[in-house]
Design a protein around this ligand. Structure first.
Ligand code: FMN
Length: 171
């Protein structure tokens, strides 16, 4: 799938087919994250690839708004460098977006999990000092019995302007 199609068609997946994800695909997804832009090229991220079902269940139970992680066939936990705080959140978010787009282009989906017990997950994963859990991204194939919902996008005319705010005509 080409990049523009993946960006346009990607939707979050909160339900996954019970089908394992080839580690080679997860490797491509992680690499997409590694290639994200980062301020001063600090690359303030680490990625923990999880495929163990029991571990996924434990992490999912610690995700307040992402219990679906428990039933995903894989996940990538994104860690943020806490000693590099100026742009680290934005840098990590870019890595997440790259991984979500890459996954979609490979036929996989994910969902950002925003609320979780970071301290407990960090302890479980033996995360060293200086790093914090930024987010947990489950990865899997779409579940045909729960297809992803189309999001209501704000209309182009509402959010796009030309030359100055409020000008809607493209000259
Ligand atoms: C920073 C951020 C945090 C999010 N947190 C959650 C979350 O905790 N649980 C969840 O189910 N979805 C979460 N989402 C997914 C959004 O709800 C989803 O991206 C949005 O509804 C648009 O849907 P789409 O990505 O399919 O277009 C989060 C997305 C972002 C960018």
């Amino acid at each position: 799938m080409d990049t523009l199609t993946a960006i346009r068609e990607r939707k979050v997946l909160r339900s996954f087919a019970p089908r394992p994800v080839d580690p080679a695909l997860l490797r491509q997804i992680v690499d997409a994250g590694r290639h994200a832009m980062s301020a001063r090229n600090r690359q303030p991220w680490q990625f923990i690839v999880i495929r163990d079902a029991e571990r996924l269940r434990t992490i999912g139970a610690l995700c307040t708004t992402g219990k679906f992680v428990s039933d995903a066939p894989s996940a990538i936990v994104v860690l943020k460098d806490t000693t590099n705080t100026r742009w680290a959140d934005i840098d990590c978010a870019q890595a997440v977006q790259n991984m979500a787009t890459a996954a979609w282009s490979l036929g996989l989906g994910t969902c950002w999990v925003g609320n979780f017990d970071g301290a407990q997950i960090a302890q479980l994963l033996e995360v060293p000092e200086g790093w914090a859990v930024f987010t947990i991204l489950p990865f899997g194939y779409p579940d045909s019995s729960h297809p992803p919902e189309a999001r209501p996008l704000k209309p182009r005319a509402e959010v796009v302007h030309f030359e100055r705010y409020g000008e809607k005509r493209e000259s």
